[in-house]
Design a protein around this ligand. Structure first.
Ligand code: SAM
Length: 212
């Protein structure tokens, strides 16, 4: 029998997301599968359930208010974070989860099939080599190197008027001084991840010629 997690339900609500029973179930099942696969391959170092709830699920969901448009790309998604939790709570958006490591994508493909997520696709490539037929409204990343590197690797994947979103821990002051030309800071958002006593920031970038 499925037992929902009160921290997850309350935390999501704090982020403005009223999880349906099905979504809560999908999120917990995702962690169960991650635990199972983690016994055979090293997908994540976060193995305790309370930490998985905060650092994988709620941390991923904390960017929900900053999504717009239909197409979202998660660059360097690893085992599917933040892409998979966001795909679960956004069934009407399309998520492309990209990573240069194939074994992690196998896990994502397995989880997307098991959890019946038709809005998830994967791509195995380096971001800088990716040339999709259609670009993305939101290109986001968590824990994939400095902001300037992310922009160099993934800036071409964003539509005009779209946003690059880099999820960071501490305020990344040093990195912000090194933005490649063509991009500027639209905003920095302080993220409050429920049940997590750590700093989180979201760097939002847009093309330099855009009006804010
Ligand atoms: N985003 C996930 C998370 O927060 O749990 C994984 C973070 S992990 C530290 C960084 C991931 O980025 C790795 O899975 C690595 O394979 C991927 N990566 C690094 N550089 C990349 C690039 N240029 N293109 C695609 N993937 C890349």
């Amino acid at each position: 029998m499925f037992v929902s997690d009160p921290t997850l339900i309350a935390g999501a609500a704090q982020l403005g997301i009223e999880l349906t029973d099905r979504q809560a179930q999908q999120l917990i099942r995702l962690l169960d599968e991650l635990d199972d696969w983690n016994q055979r391959m090293n997908l994540t170092a976060i193995r305790e359930r309370p930490a998985q709830i905060t650092k994988h699920l709620l941390d991923s969901l904390s960017v929900q208010p900053f999504l717009h448009g239909e197409r979202v790309l998660d660059v360097g998604t690893g085992a599917g974070f933040p892409g998979l939790p966001l795909a679960i709570v956004n069934p009407s958006r399309q998520f492309m989860l990209l990573d240069s490591t194939a074994k992690k994508l196998k896990f994502i493909e397995h989880a997307a099939a098991l959890l019946e997520l038709p809005n998830v696709q994967t791509v195995h490539t380096r971001a800088e080599n990716f040339r999709p037929a259609q670009r993305f409204d939101i290109v986001l990343s968590r824990a994939v190197g400095p902001v300037e590197q992310f922009v160099k690797w993934a800036g071409h994947l964003c539509v005009g008027g779209g946003r690059l979103l880099a999820m960071k821990g501490r305020y990344p002051e040093d990195e912000l001084g090194k933005l490649p030309s063509g991009w500027k800071l639209a905003a920095i958002h302080r993220l409050n991840v429920p049940a997590l006593d750590e700093e989180r920031h979201l760097v939002e970038l847009c093309r330099s010629h855009e009006r804010l």
